[in-house]
Ligand binder design. Sequence first.
Ligand code: SAM
Length: 245
Amino acid sequence: MQEKSVWEEFFDAHAPIYEQNEFTKNTLREVDFLLEELQLFPGASILDVGCGTGRHSIELAKRGYALTGIDLSAQMLAQAAEAASAAGVHVEWLHSDAASFSLLKQFDGVICLCEGAFGLLGSRDDPFSHPLAILSNICKSLKPQAKAVFTVLNGCAMIRKHQNKDVEEGRFDPLTMVEVSEHAPREGLPAVRVRERAFVPTELILLFRLAGMSVVNLWGGTAGNWGRRLIDLDEIELMVVAQKT
Ligand SMILES: C[S@@+](CC[C@H](N)C(=O)[O-])C[C@H]1O[C@@H](n2cnc3c(N)ncnc32)[C@H](O)[C@@H]1O
């Protein structure tokens, strides 16, 4: 059997408490925002990449959309399936890696939120080809002209947060925009070493173009504080609204 990636290990262990995180508490408002951006009518199909415990997928399914959720963590998906059945909605859940999945179907919209795979690097993932592979898969999964909404780590904030000492001591690499840190998935469990990739706006525009999408908007996208506003250089996350070209 294939070895679990560090993020799979992390989220499998974190799954039972994921929705206790404060940043998951604004799902209803986030879904309103997504529907305004995606401009889709009920019945439209939406792919949720790195869907986690399915909080957006389930709310969208409740509002009449046809959802497919992909995630690397079987335990996050198990929580999602349980919540969907408690809510009485159907969502298709797929245990798959966003960098390597392939679906025959194309969707009316895609969401990839709270670093749902994009920017979460496994120990051997290349900081350039991994995000590009995810974007290319997402682009292939979109119908022509369809839109996708992402929230990603803000590279401007990551640069401003770190000191030269962090670079010297290997906590932040400005060449790859990768931050390395140790996190316990939940209290009482040992910490695991994770790699998170941030993106500067210019690079996002280029990466999306390379994958076959154009960036329509780049806004503030920190969980709990999404807004159609200028980028704040210290904000943790950015929102990208993109369209398949
Ligand atoms: C912070 S959670 C976000 C979950 C959800 N999108 C939300 O907004 O609540 C990140 C999710 O991405 C998933 N993930 C990480 N790397 C992935 C990959 N390569 N492919 C698919 N899912 C991945 C994790 O398992 C986790 O469920």
